[in-house]
Design a protein around this ligand. Structure first.
Ligand SMILES: [Zn+2]
Length: 444
C-alpha cells in the first residue's frame, strides 16, 4: 500500500522559512529548505536545528533561490544531509550567491567547507525536463516569480502533487509568466498565499505612480530611497526605470544600486537569457538592454556607499535589505529619513516586526542601529510591483489545474491570508482546502 504524506516545517501560517517534507513510501524529499525571517526567531532559526533527521533526507528540490527557500541548505549539509540538491540552473546560481553571502553574517553557524560540499551536490536542471529521485519523477515549470523560479510537479504511481513555490503575477518584466498548461489531473496542490486576501493595484497604475514619484523627486531635488531585495525586485526596478527613460517619460537621473549582491545577481540576470520572456528577447534583439541605461551605476564598496551622501540630489538609491532589517539601506535611511523632501518607496512584502513594516505602518519615529530617528520622509508603498500574485492571480492559477476533488494545502502566508485563500479555494475550486499548520503531517 502506497503512503504519501507532507509536513510543513516552516512557512505555515507565516511567510518565510519554506520547508516541506514529502514522504513517499521510504523516500524522503524536502521541497525547499529556507531561513525563517520572522523577526522574533530569525537568530535562533539561522543557527537552529531541524524538526527531522537531516541524514534521512534523500534529496532536496529548490523552487527558487530566495533566502527563505534555500538559505538553510548548507546547515542541513553540516548536520549530515548527503543527497542531491536539484534546482533550475538559475536557482542554483542564485542560491550559491545567497549561501556565500551568509558567511558574512555574525550568526552564521556553518563554514566555507559546508558551502563547498553543498555546491558540489547541486544538480542544475532545466524547465520541463522530467527527472528521477529513485522512482519518483519530478518536473520544474516556470513560476514567474524570479529568475529560475519553479513550480514542482511530483509524480509517483499515477499520483501527482504540485508545489507552487512562490507564484509571480502575470506580466512580471523580464521573465516568463507562471506555467498553467497542465495536461494531466493533479491530486494535491501546495499553494502559496502571501497575498491570499489582497488585490494589487494594476501594474500600469503602479507604473504611473512610480513615474510621478520620480518626477517629484527631480522637481524637489531630493532623494528617492528604494529598499529592495537584491534578487528580483532590484532587477524589476531597473527594468521599469529603463522603460521610463527610454519612453522619455522621465529625464535621465543618477540611479545608484548600493548592494554587492544585487550587482552579482543583475549580472546573472543578464546571463540567463533562456529564462526571458518574448518581450525582453525582442528588446534585446532591437539593441536595447533592459537592465542598462544612462545614469545607472553600481556602488562597488562601502567607501563609495558612504560618499553617496556628498552627491547633490536628485538621485535614486536602490539598496538592500528589502525589509530594512540590515544592509546598506540602513545608513541611507539614517541619513535621509528625517528630511521631509525624501521619499522611501517600498516595492516588496514587509515582514512582521521588520523596520520596513514599521515604516509602512506609519511610524513617526524608528530606531536604526540603536539610534532613534524621527520619520519625516514620505513613505510610499507600491504593491503593484509585487513579485507575488494577488488573490485573483492565485485563484486563476489554481483554476487552471485539472482534476476533481483535489486536496489544497495553503502555505507561505500570514494566518489571515492563508485562511482567506483556503476558503476561496474551497468555494471556487473543487476539493478540500486546508491552511497548513507547522509540523503537522498530512496524508494523501
Ligand atoms: Zn521568493
Amino acid at each position: 500500500m502506497m503512503s504519501i504524506s507532507l509536513a510543513f516545517h516552516g512557512a505555515a501560517r507565516t511567510v518565510t522559512g519554506s520547508c516541506i517534507h514529502l514522504n513517499i513510501d521510504t523516500t524522503q524529499i524536502l521541497i525547499d529548505c529556507g531561513v525563517s525571517q520572522d523577526y522574533k526567531d530569525s537568530y535562533q532559526n539561522s543557527r537552529g536545528r531541524f524538526d527531522f533527521d537531516p541524514t534521512l533526507i534523500d534529496a532536496i528540490i529548490l523552487t527558487h533561490g530566495h533566502l527563505d527557500h534555500s538559505g538553510k541548505v548548507p546547515l542541513l549539509v553540516k548536520h549530515g544531509f548527503k543527497g542531491k540538491i536539484y534546482g533550475h540552473y538559475a536557482t542554483c546560481d542564485i542560491a550559491k550567491i545567497i549561501w556565500n553571502d551568509s558567511l558574512h553574517h555574525d550568526n552564521c553557524s556553518y563554514n566555507k567547507r559546508d558551502i563547498e560540499r553543498t555546491i558540489e551536490n547541486c544538480v542544475p536542471i532545466a524547465y520541463n525536463v522530467p527527472m528521477l529521485i529513485s522512482d519518483i519523477e519530478f518536473t520544474l515549470q516556470d513560476a514567474g516569480h524570479i529568475l529560475g523560479s519553479s513550480h514542482v510537479l511530483v509524480e509517483y504511481e499515477r499520483k501527482r502533487i504540485l508545489f507552487s513555490g512562490d507564484i509571480g503575477p502575470v506580466n512580471t518584466p523580464v521573465i516568463r509568466d507562471p506555467f498553467t498548461r497542465w495536461s494531466r489531473n493533479i491530486d494535491a496542490v501546495v499553494i502559496e498565499s502571501t497575498y491570499g486576501n489582497r488585490i494589487h493595484k494594476t501594474r500600469e497604475k503602479t507604473f504611473d505612480e512610480f513615474e510621478i514619484i520620480i518626477k517629484d523627486t527631480i522637481a524637489a531635488r531630493s532623494v528617492l530611497l528604494i529598499p529592495a531585495f537584491a534578487i528580483g525586485r532590484t532587477q524589476e526596478m531597473l527594468y521599469h526605470l529603463n522603460t521610463l527613460i527610454e519612453e522619455k517619460r522621465i529625464p535621465a537621473i543618477p540611479v545608484f544600486v548600493d548592494s554587492p549582491m544585487a550587482d552579482n545577481v543583475t549580472s546573472l540576470y543578464r546571463r540567463h537569457r533562456d529564462c526571458f520572456d518574448q518581450e525582453t528577447n525582442d528588446k534585446i534583439a532591437s539593441g536595447d538592454l533592459p537592465l542598462e541605461f544612462t545614469g545607472l551605476s553600481f556602488v562597488k564598496n562601502a567607501e563609495q556607499s558612504h560618499s553617496l551622501s556628498n552627491i547633490s540630489p536628485p538621485m535614486i538609491i536602490i539598496a538592500g535589505s528589502g525589509m530594512c532589517n540590515g544592509g546598506r539601506i540602513l545608513r541611507h535611511l539614517q541619513q535621509f529619513i528625517s528630511n521631509p523632501s525624501t521619499t522611501v518607496m517600498f516595492v516588496g512584502w514587509q515582514g512582521k516586526g521588520s523596520l520596513g513594516r514599521q515604516l509602512v505602518d506609519g511610524a513617526n519615529e524608528v530606531e536604526i542601529d540603536r539610534i532613534k530617528v524621527p520619520v519625516r520622509a514620505r513613505i510610499a508603498t507600491l504593491n503593484g510591483f509585487s513579485a507575488h500574485a494577488d488573490r485573483q492571480g492565485l485563484l486563476e492559477w489554481a483554476q487552471a489545474i485539472p482534476g476533481e476533488n483535489k486536496k489544497w494545502f495553503i502555505n507561505h502566508g500570514e494566518e489571515h491570508q492563508a485562511l482567506s485563500l483556503a476558503s476561496l479555494l474551497q468555494n471556487e475550486c473543487n476539493g478540500n482546502a486546508v491552511a497548513a499548520e507547522k509540523d503537522a503531517r498530512y496524508y494523501l
